[in-house]
Design a protein around this ligand. Sequence first.
Ligand code: CP3
Length: 344
Amino acid sequence: MTEKKKILRALAGETLDTPPIWMMRQAGRYLPEYKATRAEAGDFLSLCYNSELAAEVTLQPIRRYGFDAAILFADILLLPQALGADLWFVTGEGPRLSTIETQADFDKLSGVDGIHETLNPVYETVRILRRELPSETTLIGFAGAPWTVATYMIAGRGTPDQGPAHKLKDENPALFDQVIDLITEGTIDYLSKQIEAGAEVVKLFDSWAGSLKGADFDKYALEPAKKIIAALKAKHPDTPIIAFPRGAGERYVGFAEATGADCVALDDGVTPEWAAKNVQKDGCVQGNLKSSHMVTGGEELVTETRKIVEAFGKGPHIFNLGHGITPDADPENVQLMIDTVRGK
Ligand code: CP3
């Protein structure tokens, strides 16, 4: 019998001697081999839709570092594109999409039924990965959470304060709710297909949850996550789900229980000591080393890594960064973090 994978054991609530580890954006521009494959693909979106090459870049950090999990190479903005939004990436700046300002803009989008035609290459990437990953490595699928995806679909780009999405929410809640509901439905279908293709865990990225306050946090971060998780659990009860309401702060408390998530991913805005006491008491947590340590390295990286391992050592924990690794990171610092976590 093969032994259960470490990430799945932690997600089932087991406290392990050494926490399993992976890293957000582990396939990315800090790796020379990623840049080479991306150049071969042409551009970022062509890479996402080229199943062979997307699988290749997913495997690169596994070969180099032996992480305990691989995360499917794709992007949270592929779903809006599948729903009919225009999407392109401006080098050095980030994503651009058609905007949603009026009901007419929303009505131009298509329903969820047609999304798989666009997203089929992503499911094929998942199938290739399940064949090619080492037997001890867990494959994580993902999608953006409705609020975060809506911020991009409404503004047509990344925004520092999510201003356009807040404005639509406050001035035209009926239209805003249609946007959230469409993304929620699409996300359920998208993640179900990833699981059916072989994803063993799925993660919901709510990168901009921190800008939702009070009742808005409940309505647009917590409720959609709860709906998506309930629908996925009804179809795929054995697939663990990680929720990442980045910037939630105090609202991390009770988030797993309220949404049904098996694990919450913590950003670096909360201390591991606080989170161990207030969040990990309810189950598995993931996180939360500052990404900047992957740039600066040294003794501070080692000290902060040890602090996190120690603080979360009495409960289920998956080691990760608090957010994605940045392109200016040094690949050697990643190895130093892994060696520190694994006690080498
Ligand atoms: O983590 C991984 O290695 C898996 C792949 C992955 C990517 N994006 C690849 C990517 C995942 C899980 C994402 C999620 C994602 N995409 C989020 C949520 C997580 C977060 O970072 O908060 C968001 C908000 C996006 C949207 C997005 N994609 C933006 C804003 C950008 C531009 C910023 C940037 O870093 O350039 C992207 C591009 C992107 N997505 C890159 C990668 C590797 C860089 C593209 C390139 O190669 O030029």
